[in-house]
Design a binder for this molecule. Sequence first.
Ligand SMILES: Cc1cc2nc3c(=O)[nH]c(=O)nc-3n(C[C@H](O)[C@H](O)[C@H](O)COP(=O)(O)OP(=O)(O)OC[C@H]3O[C@@H](n4cnc5c(N)ncnc54)[C@H](O)[C@@H]3O)c2cc1C
Length: 398
Amino acid sequence: MDLRYSSAAEKFRREIRRWLAGSVPEAWRRPCFWLDLDGTGQSLDLRRGWEKDRADNGFAGVDWPEEYGGRGGDHEIRAVHDEEMARARAPIGPFLGLTYLGTTLLGPTLLRYGTEDQKRRLLPAILSGETIWCQGFSEPESGSDLASLRATAHRDGDVLVVSGEKTWTSMARFADAMFALVRTDPEAERQRGLTFLLIDLALPGVTVRPIRQMSGSHEFGQEFLDEVRVPVAGNVVGAPGDGWAVAKYLLGVERNASPISQYFEFRHELDDVIAVARRTHKDGRSAIEQPAVRQRIARCRADLELLRVRGYDAMTRVGRGEDLGAHASVTKLLWSRTRLAIADLGADVLGVDGQLGADAGAGHLRWRHLHVRGQRIAGGTAQIQRTIIARELLELPR
Ligand SMILES: Cc1cc2nc3c(=O)[nH]c(=O)nc-3n(C[C@H](O)[C@H](O)[C@H](O)COP(=O)(O)OP(=O)(O)OC[C@H]3O[C@@H](n4cnc5c(N)ncnc54)[C@H](O)[C@@H]3O)c2cc1C
């Protein structure tokens, strides 16, 4: 097996690394930087400006076709891009990246299922951050059993009239538009009557309410849709009533996320824990000297390496044009478990005093410990992933 990148990908690495060195200020790389600004307009402005600059410099959508605003690179270029972004601690990912849901979920879905008009109209605006997207799948009574969702859309001439409620929506606070699953045929059986619909959140009848998480962050939200009139033309992705197939594809992309950038991102998080473990003392010894802590660090490192190898495997499969199917569920389990283990280790290193804020420089560990709990749930819970793996990969009896 040859794990080296092509020379074209390495050339691209030098180029993007140079750009990142000049565009991500040193202060942004400090673990508490974004946390200190959390929820402020300054955080939003900085990230919005940076994402626009990234697109203007040709480093957004690096593996999307050029005619839709991308760079036309292959899966290796994308992997190098993800690695370098994470290595530079650029404001990317599901929490900081304003264009994250558009670039990682909606974009690939439009490339597969969108019409030519949708691709030309929507993809460049995703990359530049002109349209910030959120994902409206979950409802108060429909999460794991997504096909039971109840938001309806009935046809009235040229529009679909949407009513219902969506919840647990990441980025709802900042989003301009939502890609949603709605029930267009109440007579059809469960997933058969669903449509994948693009909804402008500025339309009359939409109310967005923020939800504050236990970490204190409130980019999360809940949307109430009261007879929202969405033009059919250009806003239905895939065929009407065929939204389940489109959503299943998107969920596969979400579960796989980007294990290569996650590897670097979580390595930073583990390094942050190690740094605090070196300076935290208990019973006359630093935490880093304690065998139990060392053992857990080693386990996290081993799992991270596994994640990296899975990332290369996924990259190879995607490069061959294969669908990742249930393999994405294995990756989702692995990354969510590993990230949680790192955050739990951080909390244990801090101990009770640390949890109460005794170490002022360790706010990022406290925040992460609370914030990453949701990762086992987002994008499908750990139990649901295990069921998918049991059924589709292991072919266990029901
Ligand atoms: C941080 C975060 C971000 C999110 N972002 C979004 C977003 O942007 N857009 C969006 O649409 N949704 C989002 N969600 C919602 C997420 O997709 C749902 O929370 C998730 O699918 C679980 O659904 P639920 O909350 O309704 O829990 P439920 O489905 O009610 O599950 C409750 C518990 O029962 C278990 N369970 C349920 N069914 C089974 C079964 N058949 N077998 C075994 N166990 C089962 C579950 O594993 C879980 O432990 C987000 C959630 C979180 C935490």
